[in-house]
Design a protein around this ligand. Sequence first.
Ligand SMILES: Cc1ncc(COP(=O)(O)O)c(C=O)c1O
Length: 319
Amino acid sequence: MIQRIVYFPSLRKLLLRAGSNSASSKIGTNNCFASQPSPLRSHSDDEYADVDWDSLGFGLMTTDYMYITKCCEGQNFGQGQLSRYGNIELSPSAGVLNYGQGLFEGTKAYRKENGGLLLFRPEENAIRMKIGAERMCMASPSIDNFVDALKQTVLANKRWVPPPGKGSLYLRPLLLGTGPVLGLAPAPQYTFLIFASPVRNYFKEGSAPLNLYVEENFDRASSRGTGNVKTISNYAPVLMAQIQAKKRGFSDVLYLDSATKKNLEEVSSCNIFIAKGKCISTPATNGTILSGITRKSVIEIARDHGYQVLLSYIYVATT
Ligand SMILES: Cc1ncc(COP(=O)(O)O)c(C=O)c1O
């Protein structure tokens, strides 16, 4: 059956405002263009890309540069390189193509009023990728490598960071098993890549409430599966439910736990909070839910603001 649940993206806005004071990292001032070979063109610091910032949504808008580095199984990733954004070459037998050995992350860079750039808790994404890589038997970049790579990518694409208040530069780190395999096994080589795209609101509703379809026929994750890691293989399976929900006029899908179909888990690509007065509840991360960095930050900030935050099962009464 269909139930309407209202979700307020404005909570995330509150978080981002708070995050820009407390939890974000300042991007260093090193200019990464200096050491790059000639095909990389430098842009002046105050130059903006030719974008209509007022009509940004969440579509892919390719930017100038991407970051890429590779390593063999059992070794460590070294310093990578910036290159022009473009296609990458893959063996047809790459682990990621055949067995889905891949992880992704998503984080954002913001431009401040004074022109400085902010990343939102990038080390949290680095840690999550590391944990995911262990689960997926992949080599992964160190926390420092990951954060440094993000900073380089932002600086190289600085002109694509929207003006303050007009959005952010979305950063998409990818960790892929790119070495060739035939039998089911970890790939012998891994690629860590970051590309970027300026974005604004993820949902077309903007900061208006969303209608979520409570899904009873499809599960997003199962107990002891990979719901708690950001593997690429968790996402294509939710497309069918998402398409159906959109056809029915809903913004997205809210999943229930696969074992009992009685408890809220999360939306296709975000965590959920239920707020009542000064009490906020969110499902505990028990292995099936992605431990969102927004979720973690909302919990911290809400507690700081005197809210009671419950990490518990959230029972849904169905008729
Ligand atoms: C399934 C899922 N849950 C939650 C989130 C939110 O994670 P974060 O707050 O770290 O962006 C995402 C992010 O894409 C996600 O894909």
